[in-house]
Design a protein around this ligand. Sequence first.
Ligand code: ADP
Ligand code: MG
Length: 671
Amino acid sequence: MNLFDSVDTLKGIGPKTAETLRKFGIKTVRDFFYNLPKDYDNYEAPTSISQVRPGKVVIRGKIDSLSTRRARKRNLSITEGVIRDNTGAIKVVWFNQNYRVRQFSPEKEYYFTGNFELKNGRYSLISPSAAEVADIDPQTGLSPIYVAHGGLKSHDFRRLVANSREKFSEIPDLLPTVKSGTRKNALFYAHFPNSEKTIQGARDYLAYEELFELILAAKLNRQENEKLKAAEIPFDKAKIQEFVASLPFKLTNAQRLAAWEIFQDMEKGTPMNRLLQGDVGSGKTMVAALAAYEAILQGHQVAILAPTAILATQHYEGLNRTLEKFGVKTALLTGATKKKSELKKEIARGKIDLVIGTHALLTDDTEFSNLALVVIDEQHRFGVEQRQKLLLKSPSGLAPHLLAMTATPIPRSLQLTVFGDLDVSILNELPKGRQPITTKILTELETKETLYPQIQGTIQAGQQVYWICKAIDDDPRTETTSVKSRCTKLKNTFPRAKVEFLHGRMKPAEKDEIMEKFSRGEIQILVSTTVVEVGVDVPNATLMTIENAESYGLAQLHQLRGRVGRGNKASFCYLLTSGDMRPSRRLKELEKSTDGFYLAEVDLKLRGPGEIYGALQHGALDLRIASLSDTKLIRRAQTDVVQFLKNPDNMVKYKELMSGISKYQQLTTLN
Ligand code: ADP
Ligand code: MG
């Protein structure tokens, strides 16, 4: 058996099954073994039907009288039957699982596990899992649950895997260094568990394998990067001091340190690959400006990429104001830019020093004459491919230095694994004089009494308000208030205030206009979707309401909240929850803390990395099993990878490993 043989070389997998499997990404024997159960049913200690009580139960019996009917509600089919043992009978119901009618034979015995509960006036076993008694080890009662793929249901996978049971012993190890067991055992016990303990052992082993791959990929990315050449940009102390002295404020120590780290990176002939993490409002843009000025002083060009046109425009205005007097030529390039082709020609001829734009800047036909530094602001994926593109844009053949900035702090564990190829600078200090943000959870019912008077007071004090809504338009199916109807409501409540709305479907020019008016204080209440999420800077805005707060992730809420508290006035953030559900842990944490790093750790634990860093679509975070909060295992893998890399022969020897990690190398760096 070869792990890379096609999946249909396995016993019992014919062309039709193979086709379904392939459609779901299970192409090889290896893929098949690694299609791990998502969970396990435990059929241990069944209850006799006469003893069954409401709640989760395990039952052993035969099933008959199966039939399926359509419910009155569209898109719902109901499959019902009767389960009997020698003490009695109960009704069983499945929803939208028509195949259940064909799954069972009346003379065989099955285990069922699910909730026994009252439904439509009658107690039934609701949507239980089921497994044939003959297939389950009576000692353990454990049965794997597989994700259904097309026509292949969990029990089909159990059958297919059982057909290949003896093949597991032929699986070679993937890694050289695992101390706790073998891959063949880990995979075997994942599919054929004989106790909870063996399941855990299998998971630990496979999690370690996964982390090893991830960390190895990150380290190899770093090595690849170090082979590239970049412009050497010497530090110009006098000019930088002059620039810093021109600023209306003193840099924070954290800003100084970060800038210093960046200057040192840029002096080297290898491309910088640095992530600047800093909580909202910590002044990342100024650090980027220092780096940009330093490169421009040496006659290079710099590109700054922002995630939205609004933000690009704001950066452009701020940076142009700061840098213009030092002779820096800055240009804005977004979808709305007029005379684009002329501007592009100027960029290509090196007439523009600093180009600020959205991501499209890299993908379209923009050419640079001498691009030496790329700054990516907030949430941007920047992969090997993009770096490759930039290389092509650089006639000198030099790779640009890269500075990525994020306000979503990346927990330590992710830094070691997924982001292991980046150097990190941290702004852990807010500029002096910042006032704290007070955060409060409110139910919608409290709006009139508590929130409106606050808003009134804020407006009267000459300050401004953000009101964040989930949807742009009303949707009769949900109860969320849309941007548009909220805007109307607020206009009625605050007739003397100027209330406007903003959302992502507006034309860029319209958005810019609204944003500019808000910046100039001509709008008092801005009702908006999350387009204001990243980076927008209006220090006079001191109150934010986030409607349907429960529908956002913690990191995103923290980001949104960061739009206020940017000036020297006390700020407030109200989290409106709909309905009368108790506030979630997420919202309570947000109420308690304004520390982005702390919140990121909590978010990682509560939701897992896939949700938070969702922009990394290449699957690196779809870890099958490893948890990126398992710091101990991460450290062990880390040490072993370092050991592994010490012997260059390993790269040749461990072929399966090396080909497997290419999927992680695709993505490299940052979201
Ligand atoms: P973020 O890190 O969220 O991107 P910004 O770069 O937008 O933060 O900075 C937030 C605000 O703080 C801006 O108005 C900026 O001019 C200001 N700022 C930056 N550095 C300092 C500083 N050292 N002292 C005072 N204000 C600063
Ligand atoms: Mg910013």
